[in-house]
Design a protein around this ligand. Structure first.
Ligand code: SF4
Length: 394
């Protein structure tokens, strides 16, 4: 897997692809806004034991998917940069043993600036990782502290520099619509970020998720986030600045120079197949005309015990009805600037879009047709995406 990677341009990629996602569920600390499946352990994690379990679950999944050509691999978390390079190497080798992995496919790893170190980064690169996604989140120390991050701006800048030096491709995440953040302050921070970026940025609005410490504080009025109008202004500033520098949105929160879109995430949004490996991972696998949804046990040690006993940590393995597939296709596809393939939606749903609903949404400026075959949200429609999807799917 190691060696000089040739990144396959998106236009050459077969659509929508088959991705393999592996979830590393541990973090050094839990951020107060985070509802991902991430856990803190104060004792050493037995990485060899996890590798053995990942291998067992991959073998089970390979039995379901059959032989496939992998178009992307994504090591997500949690904080995958807490994995030893040998762990990453073993995971990637096993994927290549079970499925066909062409040279140069996109292999992304998420990393946190607080766990970045040159030797480890070189080890991941040698194992085959060719794209890193850094959780930078803010470019000012006060907000990083408020977000509960373990790094400061200096750490983030060092991590970005190292990533640029070692990996052919690099993205980083920022969270905006923080309490008290003005459009001017965000614009200044974003302009600094685009100067540091290579080819891709993920820019998320802060959302207050149920079950997180921020949820309780928000409910008690101790956290006040920008309201609808203010967050729409922040979103519009984001679109304008990224479009101006040639890194427009290709998805609600993701921006890339054309050709540098995340191949792996496109597989989700284009409703392709993906194997979900590890605690709390989700998968979608086509078996003949059917599509199977898989989900695994979220708690890491419970997942581990289950895989050691049964060879897989599934808590769900359901055949999706065609109507459910149609809903998922619409939900995912309308996130994309390229929109959704209507013929595929019609084949799955067995019906046409309701012309009255469609006309109404077009008149309101929320959706538009791209020729006869595709439908997409306009920038205004993206702001109320859930409502648009709910309206069309009825
Ligand atoms: S580092 Fe990421 S995954 Fe871990 S707790 Fe923070 S936001 Fe969640």
């Amino acid at each position: 897997m190691a060696g000089t990677a040739r990144i396959i341009p998106l236009t050459e990629a077969t659509e929508p692809g088959f991705g393999v996602y592996v979830h590393w569920p541990f973090c050094a600390a839990k951020c107060p806004y985070c509802d991902f499946n991430s856990h803190v352990r104060h004792q050493q994690v037995d990485q060899d034991r996890f590798v053995a379990a990942f291998k067992a679950e991959m073998a089970t999944t390979r039995g379901m998917s059959g032989p496939r050509t992998v178009t992307s691999i994504f090591l997500g978390g949690g904080t995958p940069s807490l994995m030893d390079p040998a762990t990453v190497d073993a995971i990637l080798q096993e994927i290549a043993r079970l499925w066909h992995v062409p040279d140069g496919i996109e292999i992304t790893m998420e990393a946190n600036p607080s766990s970045v170190e040159a030797t480890r980064f070189r080890g991941y690169r040698a194992a085959g990782v060719n794209r890193v996604s850094l959780g930078v989140q803010a470019l000012n120390d006060r907000d990083l502290k408020w977000l509960g991050r373990l790094h400061d701006v200096d750490d983030a800048l060092k991590a970005i520099g190292l990533a640029r030096e070692i990996f052919p491709r690099m993205s980083f995440d920022l969270i905006y619509a923080r309490p008290g953040q003005t459009a001017d302050a965000w614009a200044a921070e974003l302009r600094r970020a685009v100067d540091l970026a290579v080819d891709h940025l993920s820019l998320y609005q802060l959302t207050i998720e149920e079950g997180t410490p921020f949820f309780g504080l928000h409910k008690a009025g101790k956290i006040v986030v920008p309201d609808g109008e203010a967050s729409a202004a922040l979103y519009e500033a984001t679109q304008a600045i990224t479009a101006e520098i040639g890194m427009p949105a290709y998805e609600v929160s993701n921006h890339a120079i054309p050709g540098a879109e995340s191949r792996h995430n496109l597989t989700y949004w284009r409703y392709g197949d993906y194997a979900g490996i590890g605690p709390g991972a989700h998968g979608r696998l086509s078996v003949g005309p059917d599509k199977i949804a898989t989900a695994t046990e979220r708690h890491p040690e419970t997942w581990l015990a289950r895989v050691e006993e049964e060879g897989r940590g599934f808590v769900d393995c359901t055949m999706l009805e065609r109507e459910e597939q149609a809903d998922e296709l619409l939900l995912m596809g309308l996130r994309l600037r390229e929109g959704v393939d209507l013929a595929r939606w019609q084949t799955l749903s067995g019906r046409e879009l309701d012309p009255e609903r469609e006309d109404f949404l077009i008149q309101q400026g929320f959706i538009e047709r791209l020729g006869n075959s595709r439908l997409r949200c306009t920038p205004s429609g993206m702001l109320i995406l859930d409502a648009v999807v709910a309206d069309l799917a009825c």
